[in-house]
Design a binder for this molecule. Structure first.
Ligand code: AMP
Ligand code: ZN
Length: 403
């Protein structure tokens, strides 16, 4: 191990050899996946894989498939080998669940360790695996976060970019010089939500640190799917297989797991839009790079790092008596924080009642929405016809956040 790689053999493996290894692992992964009822029913075991190109003949897997397979239809190993379950809230009440065996957890740790090796700590397991003192702190309570950063001489943080900007704002308001207050801070990993190169620059300049893009999704493992190396020029992706669009052309990132045992996924459609960065990176890693995410091909919104589908909001609204047909979701930036306003048209009858019943409805909607999407929106009640009706497809989401 030299001091710029975590697993030099794999990270710098000659491309030919890497493709061969991927092919072997792909065959094994497909064979394992075929044991899961979902893939068994798709007849996965009958697909022949002779080369990496054959990958494109395999069926794809979607988030909806994950929901439909709830609770166990995507588990490919005996249930008693599963040691961990991660779940996320679902759009229609059905959560998506992802299972991990002990080997999966170990592999995830290795992958994240590779991602942060040049950095330091951030993701819990990898941090500990690298021998770093690791401090998991939940979101919120900014003054406490700042105190910890200072008191424990934190050198590396993993943070959602909008929160990093919020920390910057807070320090600025307190007239604190970040470079004097946090002299040990060297690196930030920015992940969980799309952000621009300018945001990265802002964070780097304010804190006087290096900021690296870190990409992941819970359906894979979570963080550790792709990361930037010190060259900050595209994200190296570990378990890689992309839908074949020409290099440089934007497409949807489609990922096949190569090592997972509990819940292998074949050609999982992430809905994240990116492109392959041409050429080899000067860091010496041979794994392909993808560009910073350009957006998504579905209507999923990411607010404060939380994934939200407009359908979730619609479901709460239509299930509430007194609510009319039209609604609109407005996204704004409050300082550097994302903020959501939900404008709701009411039934005419609601306006015949008193003000108190309107207030009650507003509170009820706010709580119901918070329970569903985990973020507290501002609810605005409108009279019937109060929300402009689009000529064509309804414009449900108005995103006023600066890009
Ligand atoms: P989750 O399943 O909650 O981990 O969210 C995964 C989604 O968050 C991904 O599919 C992306 O849309 C988004 N995401 C995560 N990391 C990044 C990143 N570094 N840049 C842009 N989007 C990201
Ligand atoms: Zn590199």
């Amino acid at each position: 191990m030299t001091d710029i790689y975590w697993d030099e053999t794999i990270e710098t493996m000659p491309v030919e050899q890497l493709r061969q290894l991927q092919l072997e692992k792909l065959k094994a992964s497909v064979a394992r996946a075929a044991n899961a009822p979902f893939y068994r029913d798709l007849g996965l075991k009958d697909y022949r894989i002779e080369s990496l190109d054959d990958l494109s003949k395999l069926p794809v897997t979607t988030k909806q498939d994950l929901r439909d397979s709830y609770p166990y239809r995507l588990v490919a190993c005996p249930l008693d080998e599963v040691v961990r379950l991660h779940s996320s809230s679902g759009t229609t009440g059905t959560p998506t669940v992802v299972y991990h065996s002990k080997a999966d957890i170990d592999n995830w740790t290795e992958l994240t360790a590779r991602c942060m090796f040049t950095g330091g700590m951030g993701f819990h397991y990898a941090g500990e695996h690298l021998g770093c003192l690791t401090l998991p702190t939940g979101p919120g309570n900014t003054s406490r976060q700042l105190k910890f950063l200072k008191d424990f001489d934190v050198s590396v943080i993993h943070v959602i970019p909008s929160y990093a900007l919020h920390l910057a704002d807070t320090l600025e308001k307190m007239s604190i010089d970040p470079r004097k207050y946090l002299p040990k801070l060297r690196i930030a990993f920015l992940g969980a939500e799309p952000h621009t190169e300018e945001t990265r620059q802002k964070i780097q300049d304010f804190f006087g640190i290096k900021a690296f893009n870190s990409f992941g999704l819970s359906e894979m493992n979570g963080p550790g799917v792709a990361f930037e190396c010190p060259h900050q020029n595209g994200l190296h992706i570990w378990d890689e297989t992309l839908k074949p669009v020409p290099e440089g052309q934007q497409g949807e990132l489609v990922i096949t797991t190569l090592n997972r045992t509990a819940m292998p996924l074949i050609r999982y459609r992430t809905k994240d839009l990116t492109h392959v960065v041409a050429g080899q990176c000067s860091c010496g890693r041979t794994h392909r790079r993808i560009a910073r995410m350009q957006g998504r091909s579905d209507d999923m919104l990411i607010l404060k790092g939380v994934n939200i589908f407009p359908m979730q909001i619609e479901q709460v609204l239509v299930g509430t008596p007194g609510v009319g047909r039209n609604y609109q979701i407005i996204l704004e930036a409050k300082g550097h924080n994302d903020h959501m306003i939900v404008r709701v048209e009411l039934d005419p009858a609601m306006f015949a009642g008193d003000l108190a019943s309107l207030e009650k409805l507003k509170t009820k909607l706010t709580h119901a929405l918070r329970d569903e999407i985990l973020i507290t929106p501002d609810v605005e009640l409108c009279e019937p016809g109060g929300i402009p009706v689009a000529e064509g497809k309804a414009v449900r989401v108005v995103d006023n956040r600066p890009r």
